[in-house]
Design a protein around this ligand. Structure first.
Ligand code: ATP
Ligand code: MG
Length: 336
């Protein structure tokens, strides 16, 4: 048995992964995969919340996300890749924890509020409303010490800590409060200028994009709407073009020079965009090569998922024994 501390984190299978996932999450996962025992979850229960009517999308996305993980260098011989619903204890723990969780914890969750506001009435399901609760259970099932996520998920980790304190006080102190680690770029903007690049908003540059797709996406990017000509002074702060340069262009001097000239109205958007597209293509090129390999070797992709999922099931069953014993719901008849 490993005595390393544990990480649990995950991604919803609602599409292929994008640059925001890399800079906000995957990069941290890669950094920690040697020093922690990691559980990387494909959160399909969570995806069902607003995609119950599109199982084909979830099915394809489970594959795409796993290939993306392998392509960026997550290694199934070091880390556990887990399909959430193949470990049904996730659902059981979600339900049990929901009994100690006041409605207010969900009602005042700012991320959940924002996401619900953007869903149509028929997609605003009880399951979607409850997804932060299921995330609490995801984290507590392997008794994780650390949860690396993008900034939008931070309220859910705070909620996890509150639920832990409550559960431990009411029953037995079996859970520890996990820490959060926010990625290098807490929230990468969308190519449309929206404050978050998101699979479901379609404002993304996917890790699997071809060179042409990257060029096209970058050329269409939202920049400073007040700037009509290259000679107009431009705004760098909050401009996604420069957020991406800061995140993915290794030549910091060049980026500083672009920023200076942009502010002075001495460089056109096209020049700054062309250079960004080149940096992104350099960054994505080795990922694309690995992706091609895994696309041609689907058995390796499946094995990666199944071995991690079976390890997660062992730990889940240990935790559920502890939970049932702490709640004293494991021995009704012995007290008769
Ligand atoms: P969806 O739109 O379906 O919710 P998503 O793009 O938000 O998809 P998730 O699966 O919800 O992706 O998030 C997976 C992880 O990636 C989380 O830790 C989340 O915080 C992080 N993340 C997602 N988008 C970004 C982003 N634009 N910048 C930084 N981190 C992000
Ligand atoms: Mg999301």
């Amino acid at each position: 048995m490993s005595n390393k501390k544990r990480i649990l984190t995950g991604i919803r299978p609602t599409g292929a992964l994008h640059l925001g996932h890399y800079a906000g999450a995957l990069e941290t996962w890669l950094e920690f995969q040697d020093s922690y025992e990691c559980f990387f979850l494909i959160a399909d229960y969570q995806a069902l919340g607003d995609n119950f009517d599109d199982i084909d999308k979830i099915t394809d996305s489970v594959k795409q996300v796993t290939i993306d993980w392998l392509s960026v260098g997550l290694d199934p011989s070091k880390s556990n890749f887990v399909i959430q619903s193949y470990v049904p204890e996730h659902a059981e723990l979600t339900m049990l924890l929901s009994f100690v969780t006041p409605l207010g914890m969900l009602e005042r969750n700012p991320t959940l509020k924002g996401e619900l506001d953007q869903l149509s009435i028929e997609k605003r399901t009880v399951g979607f409303f409850n997804y932060p609760m299921s995330q609490v259970a995801d984290i507590l099932l392997p008794r994780a010490d650390l949860v690396p996520v993008g900034e939008d998920q931070a309220p859910h980790i705070e909620m996890t800590r509150e639920v832990v304190r409550k559960f431990n006080r009411i029953f037995e102190p079996i859970f520890k409060e996990p820490d959060t680690k926010i990625g290098r770029v807490p929230r990468l903007k969308g190519i449309d200028g929206n404050n978050k690049m998101s699979k479901s908003k379609g404002n993304v540059i996917e890790l699997r994009f071809s060179e042409e797709q990257v060029n096209k996406a970058v050329m269409s990017m939202y920049t400073d709407p007040k700037r009509l000509k290259a000679t107009d002074p431009g705004t760098v702060e909050g401009n996604p073009l420069f957020q991406y340069h800061d995140a993915f262009n290794p030549d910091k001097e060049k980026v500083d020079d672009f920023k200076k000239r942009y502010r002075e109205g001495k460089v056109g958007d096209v020049e700054v965009k062309k250079d960004l597209a080149e940096s992104l293509n350099n960054f994505l090129s080795p990922i694309r090569e690995k992706r091609e390999y895994y696309e041609n070797n689907p058995k390796e992709v499946e094995d990666a998922l199944m071995s991690g999922t079976s390890k997660a099931r062992e730990i889940a069953s240990e935790t559920m024994k502890m939970v049932r014993a702490a709640m004293k719901i494991d021995s009704y008849t012995s007290k008769w």
